[in-house]
Design a protein around this ligand. Structure first.
Ligand SMILES: [Zn+2]
Length: 158
């Protein structure tokens, strides 16, 4: 009972370049995110594209170095940034799983980390919204979907 028929309307494809800017060093991850963005209902795409504070960035985990996280400076109190943070190792996971994680995080952003309709729990709301976009939660956890060691997600040196 999807109500998202808007994606059938053919218009100029939206330019997600600004949103994908931070992911440029990781073409695989960028491609996955762009694929999910392109599949979203138009009013969701427009919400992201027209909000200058919305951005997509990444975090990088290494056992030796710990977490590195790039975040924009938070806005004034009450105006938190809308930032989707993706793990680089998504690029090393089964694509179905990676797309679901991306859709789930985008759903949080669209819902401003809140509920959806009668669903008050933000996690359940993000899952339901992502599922309505065609990305149901896969059974399992990260470990089940990693195709290669984390080192595979490192960009080339230099
Ligand atoms: Zn979540």
């Amino acid at each position: 009972m999807s109500t998202h028929g808007l994606k059938d309307i053919q218009l100029d494809p939206p330019d997600f370049g600004r949103l994908l800017h931070d992911l440029q060093p990781w073409p695989k991850l960028s491609m996955l995110v762009e694929g999910v963005l392109c599949s979203l209902p138009q009013y969701v795409q427009q919400d992201f594209l027209t909000d200058q504070r919305f951005r997509i960035t990444y975090e990088d985990y290494h056992p030796d170095r710990g977490w590195r996280l790039w975040l924009p400076t938070p806005g004034p109190p009450g105006e938190g940034t809308r930032c989707v943070v993706l793990r680089l190792r998504l690029a090393a996971c089964e694509e179905q799983f990676s797309r679901w994680v991306i859709a789930h995080e985008l759903a949080h952003a669209f819902l401003r980390n809140g509920g959806w309709n009668e669903i008050l729990d933000p996690e359940a709301a993000a899952d339901q919204l992502a599922a309505s976009w065609g990305y149901p939660r896969p059974q399992g956890s990260w470990r089940d979907f990693l195709k290669q060691p984390d080192s595979g997600s490192e960009p080339g040196t230099g």
